[in-house]
Design a protein around this ligand. Structure first.
Ligand code: ADP
Ligand code: MG
Length: 699
């Protein structure tokens, strides 16, 4: 016998087999529980009725009592539109429908009194309501107070009369049955500490709020619960992993590290770099496997930190590998690191998708014997059948392209003790998101740039000032600098994008006849790409025309200016990443955002944010708020489909913090949830295993 709320939705009065099928298919509502947790997306005050004469198009949703005088049908066949004159004692307005016309005509009766509800607009000087909700005036609203809940439905559901109102009615049919049948999901000690509303009250209030205060308490409780269980799950997995996996102990700081520090380090470490290295060293001495996320804005010097950690691995007789998301980056890392290690005598190799099979064999051999100490490469590293002699450390650069699942696979590279893992990201992830996406990692932050860097100046230009912009580029090049000009991916088709880029390239050749241009895009062979990059790096070309392939990590300090074409088409974090390609040298750098006049408010906000700040964390917060975490770069690939029902990582950061702390307190006190008072938590954690969240990827 299932729990009451686990019953099939078809058994709910008002549903039945056919509607049940629809609810399952369209909204994934299978059980009473699913319906109960299908929360409204908004509430509207339905106590106020307007008179027709008071209504104007500036108002938000309104409701009005009145009668239909007559219908008029306009237009032909598919483009038909039905209108009705709707009046009360103060005047009349129009009701308009573009679909469902037959049903409306058959079911609405002229002369009868209705309540119409909708958002007023104006057409031909007359106020109208398009696709209003209509209900017989004698029918009572289903609310317990003033606020009417609104639910998302789909077109298919609406056609079958499962409107927001119908769902509201189903919620009502369910709500009147649930007394005493809903079991609390949070133990008293958690609820009391935070003064949370009991679950049954919260569920009732979320659908049928008595007032805004109780609604707010209910919302808080339900958001907390959702975030709390996610945190509890992540943290308990982390605990388990820490218990299960031992870690190599790197106790020695020896020849490699010291020699590098004394002879090869061309500058002083920043305090932030020192702090982070200390944090990492503590992990490496702890006897537990390190799983650390190293966050630092572009140019903050993460690569150097990674290299110094690798040197510690060598000092202790271990190998290390460094993985980059693209071939360009892998090659670049390989070259810089090779140069930086000059004279130290570390054996280092590069392995990517385009490594020739003969060379590959030699490299494989060197890795197996342990002769090669540092292997730099792309993701191919983990796909590859590479087996290491003694892999002690894996560094992953630019994590936002590297999934949690892939990370987990790395641990298995060694039988027995897994390597330490250091994940580096330049995409500053808002703390709230990091706590969830990378909640199983410890986090270090480099929150300081090397000294002497001048903040990049960012400006936004419309088309009409293109000449000025080009003139500026000329000046920069004349004073010895180099420039990037970046084109977006505009169409779905790679071919067209390439065309767009090539047209741009041809045009630029005419605009800058005296300069040499390089071009890089995703379709070039790695060797060609590398060659173009190399020309630019060596200063043999002055302008680099590129798509976003230059986004990540590319380092040409003499490039001091970047134009981003159609900047309105880029996401915020991408703009920030791109901008990070300049400002790497001692010169003042510039980022010029070109856009058309017609841009959406959201695009405008993005461009304004870029102009206002260089702070990656601030940008990430704005990005999260504008787009929500689902669209944030990285979350898709991360392998962790976060599917939140009510809480929002963008807006509920504070609740998340409370939930994280509570989960952490509970586990500190009772790591395996063995105490009597925590049995409820254990039960629900286990129940979560079957939900859409694929926990296995991080366990
Ligand atoms: P990130 O990977 O964090 O974007 P990089 O490691 O590529 O940054 O470093 C950017 C540039 O800053 C490199 O040219 C690097 O040599 C230099 N750099 C790193 N640390 C320092 C430091 N402490 N002082 C001066 N320059 C530094
Ligand atoms: Mg980097």
């Amino acid at each position: 016998m299932p729990e009451f709320i686990d019953q099939d939705i078809k058994f709910l009065p008002g549903v039945g087999p056919q509607r049940a099928e629809l609810l399952k298919k369209e909204l994934r509502i299978f059980t009473f529980r699913d319906l109960l947790y299908y929360f409204p997306y908004k509430y509207i005050d339905r106590t106020k009725f307007h008179k027709v004469s008071e209504i104007n198009a500036n108002q938000a949703y309104i409701q009005v009592k009145g009668r239909i005088k007559h219908f008029d049908l306009h237009g032909e066949a598919r483009k038909q539109r039905l209108s009705a004159v709707f009046y009360d004692e103060t005047g009349s307005l129009d009701l308009i429908w573009f679909s469902g016309i037959k049903y409306i005509r058959e079911n609405l009766k002229p002369g009868q009194e209705y309540v119409a509800f909708g958002k007023p607009s104006v057409f031909n000087g007359r106020v109208n309501l398009i696709h209003p909700e209509l209900e017989g005036a004698e029918k009572e609203q289903i609310t317990t107070g003033v606020l009417q809940a609104y639910y998302n439905t789909t077109e298919t559901l609406k056609k079958r009369f499962l409107t927001t109102r119908a769902i509201n009615k189903l919620q009502y049919n369910l709500a009147i049955q649930i007394d005493g049948k809903i079991y609390e999901t949070l133990p008293p000690h958690v609820r009391e500490k935070l003064k949370l509303l009991p679950l049954n009250q919260s569920l009732r209030q979320i659908h049928f709020p008595e007032n805004t205060h109780t609604l707010q308490k209910a919302t808080y409780r339900l958001k907390f619960e959702e975030l709390f269980y996610i945190q509890l799950k992540i943290l308990s997995l982390k605990h388990k992993r820490e218990e299960a996996f031992k870690g190599f102990i790197f106790s020695t700081i020896g020849y490699n590290f010291n020699k590098f520090y004394e002879n090869n380090l061309p500058f002083n470490l920043t305090n932030a770099q020192k702090k982070v290295i200390k944090e990492i060293r503590r992990d490496l001495g702890s006897g537990k496997q390190m799983n650390r996320l190293l966050q630092g804005d572009v140019g903050s010097g993460k690569t150097l930190v990674a290299l110094m950690v690798a040197l510690i691995a060598f000092d202790n007789g271990f190998q290390a590998s460094l993985m980059a998301p693209t071939e360009i980056l892998a090659i670049q890392h390989f070259n810089t690191i090779k140069k930086m290690l000059d004279g130290i005598g570390v054996k280092i190799a590069l392995l990517t998708g385009s490594t020739k099979s003969r060379e590959r064999k030699i490299i494989h051999h060197g890795i197996e014997t342990g002769e090669i100490q540092l292997l730099v490469g792309t993701h191919a590293l983990i796909e590859d059948t590479v087996s290491f002699h003694k892999l002690g450390l894996v560094i992953i650069d630019e994590q936002h392209r590297f999934g949690v699942a892939q990370r987990a696979r790395l641990w298995k590279k060694n039988s027995g003790i897994p390597p330490h893992v250091l994940v580096m990201t330049a995409t500053p992830i808002p703390r709230t998101l990091a706590m969830t996406l990378y909640g199983d990692l410890d986090v270090s932050v480099i929150d300081e740039l090397p000294p002497g860097r001048k903040p990049i100046e960012t400006r936004h230009f419309y088309e009409n000032r293109r000449k000025e912009v080009y003139q500026f580029i000329r000046q920069q090049i004349e004073s010895g600098r180099q420039a990037y000009i970046v084109y977006p991916l505009i169409s779905e088709s790679e071919k067209l994008d390439l065309k767009n880029l090539e047209n741009g390239y041809e045009l630029l050749k005419e605009v800058f006849p005296r300069y040499k241009l390089s071009m890089v895009h995703g379709r070039l062979k790695p060797a060609e790409k590398d060659q173009e990059m190399q020309l630019f790096k060596e200063g043999k070309t002055q302008i680099m025309v590129a798509t976003t392939v230059i986004e990540v990590g590319v380092d040409v300090p003499n490039a001091s200016v970047m134009i981003i074409e159609s900047a309105e088409r880029f996401g915020l974090s991408q703009l920030h990443q791109l901008r990070g390609r300049v400002g790497r040298g001692a010169e003042q750098s510039y980022c010029l955002l070109m856009s058309s006049y017609k841009i959406s408010n959201e695009s405008r906000k993005r461009l304004e944010t870029m102009v206002r700040t260089n702070d990656g964390f601030e940008i990430a917060e704005v990005d999260l708020q504008l787009r929500g975490p689902g669209d944030l770069e990285g979350t898709q690939q991360s392998g962790l489909g976060i599917n939140l029902n009510i809480a929002s990582l963008g807006k509920d950061g504070e609740i998340l913090r409370v939930a994280r702390n509570m989960a952490s307190d509970v586990l500190d006190d009772d790591p395996r949830l063995e105490k009597h008072e925590n049995q409820l938590l254990l039960y629900h954690l286990q129940r979560m295993k079957n939900t859409e969240f694929d926990w296995s990827v991080i366990s």
